[in-house]
Write a protein that binds this ligand. Structure first.
Ligand SMILES: [Zn+2]
Ligand SMILES: [Zn+2]
Length: 231
């Protein structure tokens, strides 16, 4: 028999899995998708780079040249279906994805013994980029985290004062030079424990430059939380 009530309910209240569009509770993912998510469980504790095997050691690049932030946490590895969810957020204003991704990140944070940061700072977009897109996906992700952990969001403490090109494929020295001076950070974060929020961490050069500016403004402890990390 045709499930008329079910079909009607799905039509009135869209209850599709955020990743495969199969049946799921509204705003969530189905069990099948949950079982196959690319969690970033084995990763460098400093920069969240996915590692092949569990070890207490930090990755080679952090050992050679420590970043300006203290630690990083990425919920997922940047691969399907997470890459698709992030694209939906970033290019199609699918804020149900940032609510869900932010919720997953918040659950990981809540499970740690460490104290919560006092403030969430979304990585700012350049005003020109913000005008084009109409929203900042990092701020939307921070809102998803805030819904669960109730940590205040300060989206004005950091501003992007210079546009930077895509840093993929460039050498570390080049990347560092090109992002240098990209951010201005207000000294109201002095002495605070903060978490920088972004959708994806690729090479880490952009968020590292923001961390440098935060450190200069006096931040006491700097974490980086992203939905996904590029291996
Ligand atoms: Zn699914
Ligand atoms: Zn590392």
């Amino acid at each position: 028999m045709v499930d008329v009530i079910g079909a009607l309910k799905r039509w009135i209240v869209p209850s599709a899995c955020l990743l495969c569009t199969g049946p799921a509770d509204p705003g969530t993912i189905c069990d099948g998708c949950r079982d196959s998510l690319p969690w970033n469980r084995i990763a460098c504790p400093v920069c969240a780079l996915p590692l092949a095997s569990a070890s207490a050691y930090i990755c080679g690049s952090c050992a050679a040249d420590a970043p300006h932030f203290d630690s990083a946490l990425s919920a997922f590895r940047y691969q399907p279906p997470i890459a698709g969810a992030i694209a939906g957020l970033k290019y199609h204003a699918q804020f149900r994805q940032s609510r869900w991704l932010g919720g997953e990140l918040a659950a990981l944070v809540a499970a740690r013994p460490e104290p919560f940061p006092e403030l969430l700072l979304p990585v700012p977009l350049h005003p020109k980029r913000l005008r084009e897109r109409g929203y900042n996906q990092a701020l939307e992700l921070a809102r998803g985290i805030n819904r669960v952990l109730a940590i205040d969001i300060d989206w004005q403490a950091a501003t992007r004062i210079r546009e930077t090109a895509d840093q993929i494929g460039k050498r570390a020295v080049e990347r560092r030079r090109e992002v240098r001076g990209a951010f201005a950070v207000d000294q109201r974060i002095a002495g605070r424990h903060i978490a920088l929020i972004d959708d994806v961490m690729t090479t880490g050069s952009t968020v590292n430059e923001l961390a440098r500016a935060c450190r200069e403004a006096g931040a006491a402890r700097i974490e980086v939380w992203t939905a996904a990390r590029v291996p």
